[in-house]
Design a binder for this molecule. Structure first.
Ligand SMILES: [Zn+2]
Length: 388
């Protein structure tokens, strides 16, 4: 079997075009319309769901179906997200040989337009070479970067595919089969306001309560599978006021559900214990600090066995190209976590993005080509697994 005829120039041009269209979370409308137009040239029928209205975005998730050409072949899901992190109001791309980056005033948005470009080129090649395939469902989501919000509002029962790939990991030539579950915590500490110089004993410092809680908290990398972070702390009005309120935002993630629960409980307990230690007597009445902790379960973990069909198909597709495709775990969540929780067998394929979420982000066009080549073989093998 010869390698596919992915066209380097075509994929680079499309990638550059997509990167140049700003698409911050909740403002994916412009790129969605462009992607829709491109998908129509590939014979796709398009459906945009109502997630945009639900989450305040200017478009919903875009589901495109490319009809199958191999009777009886199973459908395949290929998914990427349309939004990017900022800064990305205006993106000026710079090409240096095989490397695409920006003028460093914005991110590139290779996260996740490298995934979109690889999917589109693969579908073009499959059609040009008349490679028999099952139905291809291309799902392009909104608001991935704001907490997998688009995927979470997508009705997965609309998918015919029972397996597929999300393309949304940095690096290349790797398949992510394990990713953590995550909880997000929003903590409000209520103390009591007082003049810091005249009567501090009538106050309770919410900042002090927060500091004590955090000082005794297990944070950072807790074990190979578990992390925790306090990422935001806001509060206080002035240096002469005992602060009555602090709001903190944090998270914990783990590949192990029991560890996730344990760490979440630990963080909750630290805030409650610290609050319980702080009281003040005001006019003969005891006042107490209070910690209010909201825990949001953001997403479930991803855990695809190496023997799962999607992993074996991807590995076989790589073998056709004379490559290996190692599987690994990641510490980040993606739309794959959401789809997996809805019963789709889905892994996350690295697709060439590098130094993501920074203005130094870059992509090597050769990685886009190699990702796309792998997809071509995957689409072919998915229709005829025995031939692999
Ligand atoms: Zn991404």
């Amino acid at each position: 079997m010869t390698a596919s005829t992915v066209e380097r120039r075509r994929i680079q041009e499309e990638f550059l075009e997509l990167c140049a269209i700003p698409s911050l979370s909740r403002r994916e409308g412009r790129i969605a319309r462009r992607l829709e137009a491109i998908l129509k040239t590939m014979g796709a029928s398009i459906d945009v769901d109502g997630a945009g209205e639900q989450v305040g975005a200017d478009t919903g998730n875009l589901l495109a179906r490319i009809p199958g050409t191999a009777p009886g072949a199973p459908a395949l899901l290929l998914s990427a997200h349309m939004d990017t992190v900022g800064p990305a109001e205006k993106i000026t791309t710079v090409v240096e040989g095989d490397i695409v980056r920006t003028d460093r005033t914005s991110v590139l948005g290779g996260d996740d337009k490298s995934g979109i470009a690889a999917i589109f080129e693969a579908i073009r090649v499959v059609r040009e070479r008349s490679i028999p395939h099952g139905e291809i469902e291309v799902l392009l989501t909104i608001c991935e970067e704001s907490g997998l919000v688009g995927a979470r509002h997508f009705d997965a029962s609309r998918l015919r595919a029972r397996r597929g790939l999300v393309l949304d990991v940095d690096g290349v030539g790797e398949l992510i089969t394990r990713a953590p579950a995550a909880n997000r915590l929003v903590v409000s500490i209520d103390g009591l306001e007082a003049h810091a110089g005249i009567c501090p004993e009538r106050g309770i410092s919410a900042i002090q309560v927060a500091a004590e809680a955090i000082a005794g908290m297990r944070l950072g990398r807790l074990d190979a599978e578990t992390t925790a972070n306090i990422g935001v702390i806001q509060g206080g009005l002035g240096s002469n006021i005992v602060p009555n309120r602090v709001v903190l935002r944090g998270e914990t993630r783990s590949l192990d559900d029991a560890r996730l629960r344990e760490q979440t409980e630990h963080m909750r307990q630290r805030f409650e214990d610290a609050a319980a230690r702080h009281t003040a007597m005001v006019d003969g009445r005891e006042r107490r600090a209070r910690a209010t902790i909201e825990v949001e379960h953001q997403y479930d973990r991803l855990d695809v066995p190496d023997l799962a069909d999607i992993v074996r198909l991807c590995t076989a597709a790589a073998a056709v190209l004379g490559r290996r495709l190692p599987t690994r775990a990641t510490g980040g969540g993606s739309d794959a976590n959401v789809f997996a929780a809805r019963g789709i067998e889905v892994a996350n394929l690295a697709c060439g993005m590098r130094d993501i979420h920074t203005v130094d982000e870059w992509v090597d066009v050769r990685d886009l080509v190699s990702t796309s080549e792998l997809l071509v073989e995957l689409i072919r093998l998915n229709a005829a697994p025995a031939a692999g």
